[in-house]
Structure formats: C-alpha cells, structure tokens
Design a protein around this ligand. Sequence first.
Ligand code: XIL
Length: 300
Amino acid sequence: ADTLGAAAAQTGRYFGAAVVPNLLNDSSYAGTLSREFTSVVAENAMKWDATEPNRNQFSYGGGDQIVNYARARGMTVRGHALLWHAQQPGWAQGLSGSDLRSAAINHVTQVATHFRGQIHSWDVVNEAFADGSSGGRRDSNLQRTGNDWIEAAFRAARSADPSAKLCYNDYNTDGINAKSTGIYNMVADFRNRGVPIDCVGIQSHLSSNSNLSSYQANLQRFADLGVDLQITELDVGGSGSAQANVYRQVTQACMNVARCTGITTWGISDLHTWRPNDTPLLFDRNYQKKEAYHAVLDAL
Ligand code: XIL
C-alpha cells in the first residue's frame, strides 16, 4: 500500500487526522487529507464551547462541515469531546453542583443525538485523571459534581447514539504509570458494573526522547479488559530519525495489539499544528512526506 489509510486498512484499521473546517477548502491540505487518511476528528469544532456557546443554544456548523466532508469521501469520524474541563463555554465554567451536572448531561445527550449514526467513536470524557503519582481524578468543576459524573456521561451517550463506540481519552498514558493505572481501574470497574464503555483513547502527544518501554504492554492490559484502544492525538516533537523512531514504535505497538483499531495524528502538516514552535507531524510545511511518514507507512 502506498498511503497511510490504505496500509492501515490492510489490517482493518483506520488512519486519521485532526482537522479544522476552515482548511477543508485549501487544496494542499485537503489533497493530502483525502489521499492519505481514512478518518477525521474535529480539532476544536465539536468541543463544548463550539457546540453550545449559550446554554441550550447549539451550534453545529463546523462539526457538520467535517462530518459532511468525511461522509462524501467514505471516511469515518471520531467525535471529540463531549465533556472536558477545558474549552467549556463561559456559562458552564460558572456553574456548579446539580445545575452543572444537568447542563453537562444535557450537553452529552443533545450533541450525541445531533450526530447520531455518523460518529465511529466518541471521546465521551477527556482528560479526567490527574497527572503525577496519585492515580486519582483531576480536580475540576465536573469532578466536583460527584465522582459518578463520568459514568453518567457514558450512559447518556449510549442512550443518545447506541451505534457509536464510547471512549475515555487522556494523555500521559503512554505506558504503565500511576495515571494510566487509575484509568485502568476505572475501566475495569465500569466493565464489571455494566457501565457502557467500548474504548480507551491514548492521546500520545510525545517527544523524540519519550520512553515507550511499556507502551505496548499498557495497550495490551486495557485490551485484556475487553475494550478497544485508539491512538487518538499522536504527534511527536523533534525531527529526523529520532522523531521517526518514536512514530515507528507507536505504530508497531498498535499493530501488535489486535484491539488497537486505529491511529489519528493531531493534524496533517507542520504548517498547522497546535505545537507552533515544533515540527511534530508526518508532513512538512510544504506537505512533503517526512522520514516519520515513511517509518509509519513501513510499520503499518
Ligand atoms: C487543542 C487544539 O489542538 C488547539 O487548537 C486548542 O487551542 C486547544 O486544544 N488534548 C486534547 C485536544 O484532547 O483537544 C487538544 O487540542 C490538545 C490536547
């Protein structure tokens, strides 16, 4: 195969990119996207601040543009993200307690219902665990509504869109550590109690010296709980062969775990990345394939 998407498809996987609606008209951007990728996710357009700027007033323009682009080209769509402590609209940042809880669950229900049947996998909850050694939840306005806010969100998402796979998504989970173990324990508990969860997203915002010695073992332990894994926001700081080697290791780990069903990079080319002083993607600023691209293609 000579594209990322076709190579991933040989083993039934997808290869995706995070996109912004405004660039879908840019021929270099869209040309690379449609040639190489088989899945998209909205970099920002489906977040809470974008989709519900005022309470109970929903705004789906950007998300619909992305879904329509993908459907016209046979690409699948990841949904990102129904609930998160960041990029909340101002009105929600000011809520607490049962008022915030009902606003949050209403948000999940409304957005998942709007996109019902069109989303391959939803990041239902994003980044709810703390960094460091605690293994516990991150403090946030959502967490302060009660520890059961995550399972309430998953149940609401399942009711609204029964065909979407429902994922928990986080970063600094690129190996076996306190944070990934906290998440692992939550997923095990959800599976035991019948809380609907289908997948875990490993963001993988990495650097060229990231230690990936337990990356595959971490994927495998989640797979052994009966959930799928997705590499959801892959980008790797640096350049050249150090960068390419990290991309290769991540791709190989996913390929070695049957339940790792796809990889998404957090952007397409180094021209448009959320890490502006870095060159973390697979295509350079001129949309030329980098060494990292060839490493990934080779490992798929
Ligand atoms: C980032 C976007 O790339 C930026 O454009 C935005 O300003 C901030 O959010 N983890 C996530 C993503 O789950 O939603 C974040 O995306 C990157 C980190």
